[in-house]
Design a protein around this ligand. Structure first.
Ligand code: SAM
Length: 201
């Protein structure tokens, strides 16, 4: 029931947030061609930015979120979706190792239960010259806002379908061995990263 409510309110809430991050999604996603994996595609907010000549796979474990994504698919024949989470072994039948030109991870490493394991899968799925594209909120710097996020996190996580305010996702990506082609910090009180990462320099 809760998942259904979250899925129903997601796009209406995101309309407001997208005023800020929509142009960043567009800048990151609209130039991409080739094989693209949209991890945790949710209700399909990214779909509008993918080129028609790209080959896009979306994976999403919440059937409720995916139901909204599926409603958009008529407009996007280049996209196929699967009701699977990032660590589901069934993905081995769908995504071969080293087969993806791009892995897209927008607002999802905050929610995936084991983000470090997910990042290892991103590495596995990317071609040697493939790129990981990330747009994500992370733990804020500074004692006050960082501390507030720690305090609020349990309540927020309950309200926002498992989303965490206090992850240091920027560090997890670099510690996993990704090298930044682009890596910007956005915001202050609520800090974000916008990045493009490769497996080698
Ligand atoms: C905040 S939403 C972001 C949706 C979309 N990526 C976007 O940019 O709007 C987080 C999504 O991560 C999904 N998620 C949670 N656990 C996951 C997992 N193990 N693998 C893939 N996606 C997951 C959730 O179901 C939810 O749709």
């Amino acid at each position: 029931m809760y998942k259904k409510i979250f899925a129903k309110v997601y796009d209406p809430i995101m309309v407001h947030i997208e005023k800020g991050i929509g142009p960043k999604r567009e800048a990151l996603l609209s130039p991409l061609t080739g094989k693209i994996l949209d991890v945790g595609c949710g209700t399909g907010v990214n779909f509008q930015y993918f080129r028609k000549d790209a080959q896009v796979i979306g994976i999403e474990p919440s059937a409720a979120m995916l139901a909204y994504a599926k409603k958009k698919l008529d407009q996007y024949p280049q996209i196929k979706v699967f009701n699977l989470g990032v660590n589901d072994p069934k993905l081995d039948d769908i995504i071969a190792p080293a087969s993806m030109d791009y892995v897209i991870s927008t607002l999802v490493l905050c929610t995936i239960p084991n983000p470090k394991e997910a990042i290892q899968n991103y590495k596995k799925w990317l071609k040697p010259n493939g790129k990981l594209i990330v747009l994500e909120h992370i733990k804020s710097e500074g004692r006050f806002y960082g501390g507030l996020q720690e305090v609020l996190n349990p309540v927020w996580k309950g309200l926002a379908d498992g989303c965490n305010l206090n992850r240091q996702t920027d560090q997890y990506i670099l510690e996993a061995g990704f090298k930044a082609d682009e890596h910007f910090y956005l915001g202050n009180k609520l800090r974000w990263i916008q990045g493009v990462y490769g497996l080698s320099d």
